[in-house]
Structures are given as C-alpha cells and as structure tokens.
Ligand binder design. Structure first.
Ligand code: KG4
Ligand code: ZN
Length: 350
C-alpha cells in the first residue's frame, strides 16, 4: 500500500511516498532555512508563502521519484497539528484538493506521532510497545507508544522545548539559525580542543513537579545571563575582560540539556520497564545527545537487553516520509478525515 505524505508544519515543505509504512519510495524536502536565517528564526508568514509557492512542485517530484502517479497511491496523509497555523493550512488544503480530485482517502497525522514513525523507516524490526523521547523545535515529550496509534504521554514541555532553547541560546551566542546545529558544532570544537571535556560552566538542572516534564526556560536564561554579564563587565573599561569562551559555554549548555533529557528518559524506562527506547525529532540529530543516551542506557539498564533506536540524520528533522509512514498505520486503524479537516497550532498527542 502506497501512501503520499505531506508535511508543512514549520519551515520545510515536504512530500514523500512510502510503501507499507516502512519503505521510502521517495522523499523530497524544500527547506526555507536560508531565508529564515536572515531574521534569526522562522517568520510564520514567510513560511506559509513559501509552502504555497513550492508545494505543487515538491509533490510532483515526490511522485516522479517514486515512479508513480497520483492515481497509484492508496491514501494521502497530511500533518494537521501541531505547528504554525498558516503553514499547516497550506498542507491541509493542498492534501484536501488532491484527495478530492483523485478520490483518495485523506489521513490526518499528528506531527509528533509522525516523528515517532521516522524510526519505522530505519528499523524494520521496531514495533510497539516502546518508549519514545521526541525532541524538536516545539516539543520535548516522553511517550509510551502502546500501539502504532495509541500514545500515552508521561512528560511534556512546560515552557521552552529543547530545540527552542538550543535556538535561543544559539542566537544569544551570536550563532546563525538554527542554533542547535551550531551549538552542536561549537561543543564538538570544544571537545576536540580539551582532552578532558568536562563542562566548565555550572548550569542549573531544573526541577519539575512531574519528574518526566521538561522545563528548559530557566536553563536558557542562566546561559543568556552569563553572556550578558560578560558583555556588561567590559563596558566602559580600557582593558576589557577576556571574552567568554563560546565553545565552552555551548558545550556546557549542550551537556546540561542532554543530561536532563537522558536522565528523565532512563528513569521513565526504569519506571515503565520498557527495554526498547526510541529517540526522534530534530534535536535527535545532536551528536552529544546520541552519544550520552547510548552511554547512559547501556550502564543504567545493563542487566536488561536494552535496545536504542535513533533515526539516521536525514530522518531526524521534519520530512514527509515519517508522515506517510504514520499515515499508513492511521489508515490501518481506520482513521480518515473528511473535507472539513482543520489545522491546529496546538494539539496534544493522544
Ligand atoms: O523536528 P524539527 O525539524 O522541527 C520541529 O518539529 O520543530 O526540529 C527542529 C529543531 C530546531 O530547534 C533545531 O535547532 C534542532 O531541531 N536541531 C538540533 C540539531 N539539529 C537540529 N538541535 C541540536 N543539535 C543538532 N545537531
Ligand atoms: Zn518536527
């Protein structure tokens, strides 16, 4: 069964064709990141306009590369929530038009469920139930994936999501958008320079009432305060203080974020008894997180045969193959949308 996936929730216009939820026949992504970088972050109106301009071409490319026509696909899966509302609406309306014109089922897909499905494309053996940490620009969530379509959220973002904190700290450090990518690079430079790469800045480890929730806003502010204090100390002085070591601060921040994510995920694994653990989302591309999670899981859960699933880099960030993959399982579960499907900026995973 072939599903055409459509994803426009943020700044990537993406279409893909996936067979039986597991095999990528094509995946096309038009990234707007170069344009948004000029403004230091995603400008919602620009995002919607660029989606409108290129969605037809990206869809044609995806069908061509998969060697099929619209009439060959069995369903059209589209991200309907959460995300930038104007951006989501472009994809939802485009998908409706295709479904209506070609008389195909329209399948609504939650973006975070789509991120979880990225691992099905890389690991044929992965099946629910398992524990999943989704970390993206808008979300940090620990979820039990009980079936392909039934998710139970153990902890979620209370303020800034992990990726958002990376991007805001990156901006304060003077790095281009998206900050996460550049903090990762800076942290690696620091690690290479320092044989013993113990982080040099002591940063807070936020406490939350529910131990599996995430709060990165205080940590972000602590880093921004270090940067601003260093700048202010040098104002009006003939001999300014030595500038802070940006790579060291980036490494300390990244280390703390990864420590928070890994600690909570490992504790959730211990509590629930899951031995299959999946990581997903844009922040899953972070080299420090991938390394630390591997390390912590193997030592904390040594007695169990614990397996970690992490998508290849090209499936960490937003793409439509993951939407088509999840769309396949939603279709099998009987989930269809009518022509009144709406888009939602905020909607919890259920
Ligand atoms: O999943 P995604 O592509 O979009 C959303 O659904 O939000 O995630 C984008 C986020 C951005 O915040 C970006 O900075 C972050 O993923 N990101 C990274 C890395 N690559 C992308 N964060 C840390 N390290 C990376 N290597
Ligand atoms: Zn995403």
């Amino acid at each position: 069964m072939k599903i055409l996936g459509i994803e426009t929730s943020c700044d990537e216009t993406a279409c893909a064709v996936v067979e039986d939820g597991r095999k990528i026949l094509s995946t096309c992504v038009a990234s707007q990141v170069d344009e948004h970088r000029l403004y230091g972050g995603v400008v919602p109106e620009i995002a919607s306009r660029r989606h409108s301009e290129c969605i037809v071409q990206i869809c044609e490319e995806a069908l061509d590369k998969a060697g099929c026509k619209l009439s060959d696909v069995d369903g059209i899966a589209v991200t309907y929530a959460p995300g930038l509302i104007g951006a989501l609406l472009v994809g939802v309306n485009f998908a409706k038009g295709l479904a209506l014109a070609a008389n195909k089922p329209l399948i609504p897909v939650h973006h975070i469920k789509g991120h979880a499905a990225a691992n099905y494309l890389a690991y044929p053996e992965l099946e629910p139930a398992y524990l999943c940490l989704a970390v993206s620009g808008g979300h940090s969530q620990i979820m039990e994936v009980r079936s392909y379509t039934d998710f139970h959220v153990l902890g979620r973002t209370l303020d800034d999501a992990a990726g958002e904190a990376f991007d805001k700290v990156g901006r304060a450090l003077g790095f281009p958008y998206p900050g996460g990518v550049y903090i990762d690079k800076a942290a690696n430079l620091y690690k290479r320079a320092e044989i013993d790469s113990a982080p040099t800045f002591r940063l807070p480890f936020p406490k939350t009432a529910n131990e599996f929730d995430f709060s990165f806003s205080g940590l972000k502010t602590a880093v921004i305060n270090i940067i601003h204090n260093a700048e202010q100390r040098s104002v009006g002085r003939d001999v300014p203080d030595a500038p802070i070591d940006k790579n060291a601060l980036a490494a300390s921040f990244q280390h703390t974020v990864c420590d928070i994510l890994c600690t909570k995920l490992v504790n959730a694994a211990k509590l629930t008894g899951h031995t299959r653990i999946a990581l997903t989302g844009g922040v899953a591309a972070n080299s420090g997180l991938r390394e630390m999670l591997n390390c912590q899981l193997s030592s904390a859960l040594r007695e169990s045969t614990c397996q970690l699933f992490v998508p290849p880099l090209e499936l960490c960030g937003d793409n439509a193959a993951m939407i088509a993959a999840q769309g396949y399982y939603e279709f099998l579960a009987g989930n269809r949308a009518g022509m009144d499907l709406n888009a939602y900026a905020n909607r919890d995973v259920m």
